[in-house]
Design a protein around this ligand. Structure first.
Ligand SMILES: Nc1nc2c(c(=O)[nH]1)N(C=O)[C@@H](CNc1ccc(C(=O)N[C@@H](CCC(=O)O)C(=O)O)cc1)CN2
Ligand SMILES: Nc1ncnc2c1ncn2[C@@H]1O[C@H](COP(=O)(O)OP(=O)(O)OP(=O)(O)O)[C@@H](O)[C@H]1O
Length: 203
């Protein structure tokens, strides 16, 4: 890489890092009642998305650093049909794709290397819809996570539908996507369900 292109690369990396930090900071600063109001609206829009896509195995994330808490909604979704299965991601190893294991409300959890709870055991599942947390995101469906590249690696090798879920406070004109980034097919925020730029596939 020459000097000019490496300067561009590091400027883009700095911009992405700033967008990521700003989104997490704003989210963590939400007042409890405002967060709950936004979460209720997100739940309504998840109902719409899942009525449309009808997943059987649905992956979501345990709430971390002010992310929307989807657990009550997932528990209700599970109760709606005995054939439904929920899954949580497991960080198996740094720089490796995530695995998914079954989550049952109230089950005992273990902590991963980042301190995020996950199911301690059970077979690996293949979710047909993955709800991916958004820090910053753009209308094309590109997102920024925590910089680990876990979802990028995971979605790159999985035949599944990805829906980013987050708050409008993380919306940016562009998150400056990189070659490895795969856009979400759907975005769900308190403002609604949006078809984004990802591959058009159904579970
Ligand atoms: N709730 C939730 N669970 C999740 C994710 C998520 O986005 N949200 N993940 C989605 O991927 C995975 C965990 N991803 C993580 C990625 C990086 C860091 C982290 O601490 N990163 C360092 C900087 C990067 C590095 O050097 O590795 C840091 O913030 O200091 C933590 C978790 C699996 N579980
Ligand atoms: N499919 C992939 N194969 C190999 N490396 C990858 C892949 N996807 C991402 N990476 C690497 O992971 C690192 C982090 O990527 P990025 O900044 O996009 O993370 P992120 O989207 O914020 O994190 P996450 O996906 O965990 O939420 C980058 O250095 C990138 O090169």
């Amino acid at each position: 890489m020459n000097e000019a292109s490496s300067a561009v690369t590091s400027a883009v990396a700095a911009r992405r890092q700033a967008l990521r930090e700003q989104a997490v900071f704003r989210r963590e600063a939400l007042a409890d009642d405002e967060r709950e109001r936004l979460e209720r609206r997100i739940e309504t829009h998840l109902d719409t998305l899942c009525a449309d896509l009808a997943p059987r195995v649905l992956a979501f994330c345990w709430p971390w650093r002010g992310e929307a808490d989807l657990r009550p909604w997932v528990a209700r979704w599970l109760a709606g049909d005995a054939g439904r299965v929920a899954a949580l991601p497991v960080v198996v190893e740094r720089h490796r794709p995530l695995a998914f294991r079954r989550w049952v409300p109230g089950m005992q959890m273990a902590l991963d290397r980042h301190g995020i709870p996950h199911p301690a055991g059970g077979p690996e599942l293949r979710p047909d819809l993955v709800l991916v947390p958004l820090n910053a995101f753009d209308a094309q469906g590109y997102r920024l996570g925590y910089g680990g590249g876990y979802f990028d690696r995971t979605l790159a090798q999985m035949d599944t539908v990805a829906a980013g879920v987050g708050f409008e406070l993380g919306r940016a004109d562009s998150v400056w996507p990189q070659a490895h980034d795969r856009p979400m097919e759907w975005l769900v925020t308190e403002a609604g369900v949006f078809r984004a730029g990802g591959r058009s596939r159904r579970p």
